[in-house]
Structures are given as C-alpha cells and as structure tokens.
Design a protein around this ligand. Structure first.
Ligand code: BGP
Length: 488
C-alpha cells in the first residue's frame, strides 16, 4: 500500500487567461468571447445569481461588440492584470513553493482573429518568457490550450464551434504552440472542462441561445467538433513532441442516489453518464459510448460526422485524466427536490452536506469517491486540475487576512486525496483553483475569492492590484514543503 503522497507529487496552483491576464487590447491581442460578458457591479446578490444576468444573449453580444472601451462592465477585460505583473507574481508563486503552474494560453493573443495567416509574435513571446521563467524557478507548466475564450471573429465569421473551419483554426493554433513552446510545457490540456459545452454553452462552445434555431442540437454538434479538435491535437502533440503528456478534463459532478430506491440509483447512473462519463469516455476510450445513442434518439439529436471521424477519435486518446471538483449532488426521480447552486449547474441538495456562501455543497469525501471512480474506469494517471473554496475575505486594519474556512476546506480535501492514494489511485498532481484571487468565471465577481494570495481589487475594478499573503498562504506553503504530511 502506498502511504502518503509520491515524492514527485505536483502541488500547484491554477488560473486561466481570461480571469487573470486582463490587458485585453495589449500586445496585439484580438477580442475574445469572454471579453464580451457583461457584469454590473451594482447588481444585488440575487441579481448576480440570476441566470439571465450571467448568460449571454444576442442583444448583450451585439452591445459588447460596440462597447470596446468599457472595462467596468466587462471584468474579463482587466482580470488581475497578470499580463503586466507576472514577473512579481512568479516571485510569490515561488515563495509559496508550487511545483507546477496551471494556466491557459489565450488563443486571441496567438491568432488575434483566429484565422490570421501568421501567429502574433508578441503573443508567443509572452508565453515563452513566462514559461521559461517558471522553469528557471523549477516550476513545471501545465498549459490549458483553451479555457473557454476563442477569438470573437471565429464566431462572427464561421459560427464558432458549429463549423469545421474553427476546428481547422484550433488545430493550427495548437500546432503552433507545440512547435514554438515545445518542451517549455510539461502537461498539455487541449480543453478546459469539456462538459461545460453542455452545461454552460456560451463558455464551453461559444453559442448564444437566442441566435440558435435548434440550440440542443447545435450544442452536440459543437461538442463533436471539439472532440475531433481534441483528438487531432493529441495526434499532432504526440508527433511533434514525442512523449508529451496530453490530458482530458471535465467539471466533475459527483452524484449519489438520494435514497436506495432502485429508481434513484438508476437515475444516478444516467446522470453520471450524461453529465460526466460521456465526455471522458470519448476522449479516453476513443468512441461514442452506447448509452448516448438512446439519449440522442430521445432528444432528437443528429450529429453530422465526416468520413474518418471515428478513426480520428479511436486512434488519438488522452494520456491522463483531469477534472475540477467543487461539490457533489444527489440524483432522484422525485419531483420538487430542493436545489442549491453548484459549479455550472443547479444541484439537488444533500441534507448531509454544508454549503459555501455561494451554495456549493462541500464534500471532501466525494473527492475520494470521485478519484476512485475515475481511476477505476480509465486506469490512467489522474490530475486534479481545480479545487478550492470561493469565499468573501476581510482585510484587517494591519493588512492581514484570516481565512480559516479556506484552510479547513483545503485540509479536508487533501486528507481525502491521501486516502485515495492509499486506495491505489495513481494521483499525480493537484492544482488548487484560483490560488491567486481572480475574476469569478460564473458570477464575474472579484469578491468571490479562491486565493491564498489576495489581490486588492473590487467588483467595480477599483483597487491598487497589490498582492498580499492570506493565512492560507502559509498553510499551503507548509503543506507543499512537507509533501502533504503536515496539514495542521
Ligand atoms: C470552473 C472553471 C474556472 C473557475 C471555477 C470556479 O468551472 O474552469 O474557470 O472559475 O470553475 O468557478 P467560479 O469562478 O464560477 O466560482
């Protein structure tokens, strides 16, 4: 039995370009789809949670294209200005002791319009410098090739992921990264949270609901195109960089039957298939699972495949499995079950669990369950690409930030990771989400903070942007230093 974390375990931190980098109009970057998401700092808590305010619409999309100078209502345009502050930030990351940095590359920095004839050298330079500096400090790089945001022009010109033209542009973009960034990257992830395409279609596949005649069908067509883009990227990556590690990722919605009633258990199996396994099954097993045929028939979904698609999927499967983990939920056939929020979805409530301030159900044991389920299903190395607690932090008069709630959350989850390793799971890394505060993806607030590093910025984009260490910084630093042994 393996007792404790392996010697070379990859402790790290995760972030994403659209939520951190800002500098939306610097360095030759083109406008991207996340730059268009509208937020009003004056919204009440209920308004911030309202689906209509979070989701993209045709009117909002058009308005955002016209509002090119406004940053107050478009928080992804400023992020935490990592683009201009990364050198100082890396000093702090190094002090924290992380072994790996997970961040995403912004497609619109490399190809501003998506289909440009040549890449933007200034964009490539940014990543070359950033990743070289990580390596110089002994920090490995886990690069997400696409964390939601695509160049807006691909949506305007080709309909985004509905079109094979976008697949072509994406594959060329990824090939440029393999060729130009090469072994500056240690782990590659073609797509963040693959199932986001279904559960948050604007983020995942850049669809605007009221622009679509058959929204659900368009979602699955886009997903198919992304599966092909993913497999072709695995192929190119393996050819250009032999031995490279290329993974697949989902937002994991761990689910339990609400009762031991057989109908609830069956519902759990179906929920798991449709919301989780489908996406990993295609990427890791290389084909559409049989259970989806029934789903597609019931839902009237028709996916257009091109000759050769099945072989592309079959021949180019992923090397490791990763996922984000924030909550669990229950499955039931009972109508009217109480709901609560969760990452990307509304979840059925579990009476045994407490929730975060945003209603997400905290479930450390669920992480052990998930690790066992995933490893058992795929027998591939597993990487926890995201996990963390979004909370409101208070800065004391002396500048300190006491966040015992975050320490408790991380501790409980890391303890369960340790248990999963004892269970035999080949867990290779953990990149804590938003280890430096950044703009929330779902609610677009700055006040929903995940970091062990605090960033002085409010929801309206005001603040000095100064970075400081929370209590959890010192806790995570010790955890990493002792390879997960000292969690006190
Ligand atoms: C995941 C995304 C991240 C991140 C996280 C937390 O779905 O990959 O980008 O933001 O969720 O979500 P939120 O920011 O909505 O709290």
């Amino acid at each position: 039995m393996r007792n404790g974390f392996p010697k070379n375990f990859l402790w790290g931190g995760a972030m994403a370009a659209s939520q951190a980098d800002g500098a939306y109009d610097q360095g030759g970057k083109g406008l991207d789809t996340q730059d268009l998401r509208y937020f009003d700092p004056a919204w009440t808590k209920a308004e911030r949670a309202a689906k209509a305010n979070r989701r993209m619409s045709d009117a909002k999309f058009r308005q955002a294209l016209a509002d090119t100078q406004d940053q107050t209502h478009y928080p992804f345009r400023h992020g935490i200005d990592f683009y201009n502050r990364w050198r100082q930030d890396l000093e702090l990351f190094d002090e924290l002791g992380i072994k790996v940095l997970r961040t995403s590359i912004n497609w619109a920095r490399i190809y501003p319009h998506g289909d440009d004839p040549v890449p933007n050298e200034e964009g490539l330079r940014f990543y070359i410098d950033l990743f070289d500096e990580c390596h110089r400090r002994g920090i490995k790089v886990f690069a997400t090739i696409l964390h939601y945001n695509i160049p807006v022009d691909l949506v305007l010109k080709y309909g985004g992921w509905k079109s094979r033209k976008t697949v072509e542009c994406y594959v060329r973009y990824a090939r440029t990264l393999f060729e130009r960034l090469g072994d500056r990257v240690d782990y590659w992830l073609p797509f963040n949270e693959f199932n986001a395409g279904k559960f948050n279609p604007y983020n995942g596949v850049c669809l605007v609901e009221d622009q679509e005649e058959d929204y659900n069908n368009a979602i699955f067509q886009c997903l198919h195109n992304q599966f092909i883009a993913n497999a072709l990227t695995v192929k190119d990556g393996h050819e250009i960089l032999p031995g490279s590690q290329i993974g697949g990722m989902i937002a994991r919605f761990t689910t339990y039957p609400a009762t031991c009633k057989p109908d609830d258990v069956m519902q759990m199996i179906l929920d798991d298939q449709y919301s989780n396994w489908f996406y990993l099954d295609v990427m890791a097993r290389g084909h559409y699972p049989a259970y989806m045929e029934r789903y597609f028939e019931t839902e009237g979904i028709h996916i257009h495949m091109e000759p050769g698609d099945e072989a592309i999927l079959r021949e180019n499967t992923i090397d490791f499995v990763s996922f984000s983990y924030y909550f669990s939920q229950v499955s039931t056939t009972e109508q009217g079950w109480e709901k609560t929020s969760g990452n990307l979805i509304m979840a059925n409530k579990n009476p045994y669990l407490e929730t975060s301030e945003w209603g997400w159900q905290k479930d450390p044991v669920g992480l052990r369950i998930t690790l066992n389920q995933i490893y058992d299903r795929y027998q591939l190395p597993v990487f926890i690409a995201e996990n963390g607690l979004g909370a409101v932090d208070r800065v004391e008069a002396d500048g300190s930030i006491h966040d015992p709630y975050r320490i408790d959350y991380l501790k409980a989850h890391i303890q369960q990771m340790k248990e999963a390793i004892k269970d035999g799971v080949d867990l290779i890394g953990y990149t804590m989400w938003g280890f430096i505060d950044l703009v929330s993806c779902g609610s677009m607030e700055m006040s929903k903070r995940y970091g062990v590093i605090y960033v002085d910025l409010d929801d309206a984009g005001h603040g000095t942007l100064a970075r400081s260490r929370k209590d959890s910084f010192y806790w995570y630093q010790k955890c990493i230093r002792t390879n997960g042994e000292d969690l006190a």
